[in-house]
Write a protein that binds this ligand. Structure first.
Ligand code: CU
Length: 747
């Protein structure tokens, strides 16, 4: 019997039927349980009615069957893999690390788990975001909960959850013949001369599996479709940067992973070791670049099936050393401007799923997370010395959470989910200092004011989810849900303390070029979301399907920003209607509502011409600050994609039209820039011969110029260290035409 985790075999049907009766969270049979039960050769004698409840319309899963391999080809930014998932958009950042947004809530407001680990950025600009730690080549599966997130996948987050996992370990079918598998591939992109390559190998017996994978990639700065700023040198006496070149957008990285897995009967134990080294990553919407990031991960995971249910346990640890400085396209000021971050994350998770009755599943779990951050800027002389500037010294943000989730299947049509979760989030930090506390007006006063107060904060957050699902028949599923979700402020919202403009400018993770100052009095954000979804599909799922989700969220104490009016902030800063400004985080309120629609329809099929289908995706989101009555910052305007897909003899070809409305609703407090509407055409084709996969494509076929609505302010070259020494008013443009080629060999 084929063992494991990568294949559903037909003769595990008995086990699958049993599982199908258990309305598991994702409503998908667990291959682990299925195959290991079958592998033991004895199918349990359980009499149940197979009652398969369809997947929730608000969750999306991307895997090999859904064309993940084609999306991955040539991509180096994992967030971009989910850009076509309903409800998802992405803040632009560096070439490896866009920040995901779900229903207008981005970054820290989305819970991101990489291989089950809660990772977070350790940088005042969020350069090393959670998803930047896994290269697309290593991704085996992505699950996105848009909006309503079960409490087991939530906690300390508002917008939704993204779970990205490597491929499950593979084992040999029998003892005599070990499994030897591997993959090698490369990709090229014309724009920015990007290239990447990957290599992976697995050796496995029936019970042991050992894998290695390495991915490396690099790119030069990319080009927009036309000039968008004057051609001039970026650094003192440096080369002239052409008018269409997006400075500080190059990157270079190496990721390596080793995985060891052991299986015995219904038990699986996995140990993953990962090391990521980013040698350089430019950030055109930040005032500095990442000049190095070393990240080490150790991830131990156990999963077992017992008579009473399933147990899942995980322990992991992460160490990050991050350095920022002025990249080659910026002023060096004679000394550069080093900024260092060191962070550690340690996590423990334990979840048990209990099958109370054939109709009821109870899931209980607990999680502990310890996060520790040091962020300091070594002295460079002048007013920036003789000591180091401590932005956050020994910042701590620890979390302890527990949840219970009950899924019940009432009739063959009605099912429900109820979840309750409690998280205690404790944050604290040590005293700070400026470069020279003797310079009272510049560093000393702000530092003294910060050091005079207590920095410990303990938040007790409650989450609650209630969901009911009605499945009319195989063709129609309706879902109605309410969720209350809470999130405590991050360290970078609470603790950055300096109102000195340069220091404040360094604390910015939204890419708008402004400076930000923390606020110790912030309260946790609490979101109330009402969501209604429907999914309809034809008898043959390939014939057609439509998914619709409408939602409304009200967020109490939403953390927005107000103009800084204390310390060194000038009176002019409070009234400026253009230019970059200094802001301070503040609790206000927000209301968001929107609609995601997606669908697929078969247009025609013939033996000679193959199969034609059409795909469509539409996202609408509207966000308003309820205190200032202003639009929220960085809300994606109405956007749609329409695709024509052709499949014939192993070829899959796509012609796609992407349309985005202009961004007219902007946040005045941030002097957010408007962007114009645009439409782009992309084509690609992929041929899968089994052992060989070939991908070719052209993005932005007609080389249209466009401003990215979530691209942020262009501050990628020149004298980026002071507030308005670089021109305000330029949005980071999207990439001009790019030809792509990727080839993957599997053995
Ligand atoms: Cu950084």
């Amino acid at each position: 019997m084929t063992s494991l985790y990568h294949r559903h075999a037909g003769h595990t049907l008995g086990a699958l039927l049993c599982l199908a009766a258990l309305p598991s969270l994702a409503n998908e049979p667990s291959p682990a349980l299925a195959t290991s039960t079958a592998a033991s050769g004895v199918l349990p004698a359980i009499t149940v009615k197979a009652r398969r409840i369809p997947k929730s319309p608000t969750s999306s899963q991307l895997d090999q069957r859904k064309g993940l391999n084609r999306l991955k080809a040539g991509e180096t930014d994992t967030t971009r893999l989910i850009e076509q998932t309903p409800g998802v958009s992405a803040y632009s950042a560096g070439g490896l690390s866009s920040l995901p947004a779900i229903h207008g809530l981005a970054d820290d407001r989305v819970r991101v788990q990489v291989d089950g680990m809660d990772l977070q950025a350790a940088c005042p600009n969020h350069m090393n975001s959670a998803l930047s730690y896994i290269a697309p080549a290593n991704v085996g599966e992505i699950k996105v909960y848009a909006g309503i997130t079960p409490v087991s996948a939530g906690g300390d987050s508002l917008g939704g959850s993204i779970q990205v996992n490597q491929a499950a370990p593979r084992f040999a079918d029998d003892d005599d013949q070990p499994l030897v598998q591997g993959e090698a591939g490369f990709s090229l992109r014309s724009n920015g001369r990007a290239q990447s390559s990957q290599l992976s190998a697995t050796y496995a017996t029936r019970s042991l599996s050992l894998s290695y994978s390495g991915v490396t990639g690099q790119a030069d700065n990319y080009r927009a479709a036309r000039g968008f700023k004057p051609a001039q040198a970026g650094t003192e006496g440096g080369r002239i940067i052409p008018a269409d070149e997006v400075a500080s957008s190059a990157y270079k990285f190496i990721n390596q992973d080793v995985k060891l897995a052991w299986q015995h009967d219904e038990h699986l134990l996995e140990l993953k070791l990962g090391e990521q080294h980013v040698l350089f990553e430019g950030f055109p919407n930040q005032r500095m670049d990442m000049t190095g990031n070393r990240n080490t991960l150790v991830n131990l995971h156990y999963k077992g099936d017992f008579a009473w249910g399933e147990l899942d346990a995980r322990a992991y640890t992460q160490r990050t050393h991050h350095t920022m400085d002025m990249g080659p396209d910026r002023y060096q000021y004679g000394t550069g401007m080093p900024m260092l971050t060191r962070a550690s994350t340690d996590g423990l998770q334990l979840t048990a799923s209990l099958q109370l009755t054939p109709q009821d599943t109870l899931r209980v779990g607990s999680e502990a997370l310890r996060y520790n951050l040091y962020d300091w800027w070594p002295p460079v002389g002048g007013a920036m010395g003789p000591r180091a500037f401590w932005n956050i010294d020994n910042g701590r943000r620890n979390r302890l959470g527990a949840f219970a989730e009950w899924e019940a299947s009432w009739t063959s049509q009605w099912s429900s989910e109820l979840g309750l979760r409690h998280d205690i989030v404790h944050a604290d930090t040590s005293a700070v200092q400026g470069y020279d506390n003797g310079l009272q007006a510049t560093w000393g006063q702000d530092a003294s004011a910060f050091n005079a107060r207590d920095h410990a904060h303990t938040d007790r957050n409650w989450d609650f989810v209630a969901l009911t699902r009605y499945r009319q028949d195989a063709h129609e599923t309706l879902e109605l849900a309410y969720a209350r979700k809470s999130r405590s402020p991050s360290l970078y919202q609470r603790y950055p303390w300096s109102t000195q403009p340069m220091a404040a400018l360094m604390n910015n993770y939204v890419g708008d070029g402004n400076g930000y100052i923390g606020n110790e009095d912030l309260q946790p954000e609490v979101a109330h979301t009402l969501s209604a979804s429907a999914q309809w599909q034809g008898a043959d799922q390939q014939a057609w399907q439509i998914k619709l989700t409408g939602y409304a969220t009200y967020i109490q104490d939403y953390i927005d920003a107000q103009r800084c009016h204390t310390g060194q902030c000038s009176p002019a800063n409070q009234t400026a209607t253009s230019g970059f400004v200094l802001l301070q985080y503040v609790n206000q309120g927000a209301r968001l509502h929107g609609l995601d629609a997606s669908g697929e329809v078969e247009l025609g099929r013939s033996d000679t011409w193959g199969r034609f289908s059409g795909t469509a995706l539409l996202n609408l989101v509207h966000g308003q600050n309820t205190v200032t009555d202003e639009p929220l910052y960085n809300i994606m305007p109405v956007n749609a994609r329409v695709g024509l897909v052709h499949r014939l003899a192993g070829w899959t070809s796509t012609l796609e039209l992407q349309g985005v409305q202009g961004k007219r609703r902007v946040s005045a407090v941030r002097n957010e820039m408007q962007t114009g509407g645009y439409s782009l055409v992309h084509v690609k084709t992929s041929r899968d011969w089994g052992p060989v996969q070939l991908d070719m494509g052209i993005d932005n076929v007609f080389n249209r110029f466009y401003e990215q609505p979530l691209g942020g302010a262009y501050v990628g070259q020149g004298a980026s260290m002071s507030t308005n020494t670089i021109p305000w008013g330029t949005v980071v443009p999207g990439m001009g035409r790019a030809m792509k080629l990727a080839m993957t060999l599997r053995y």
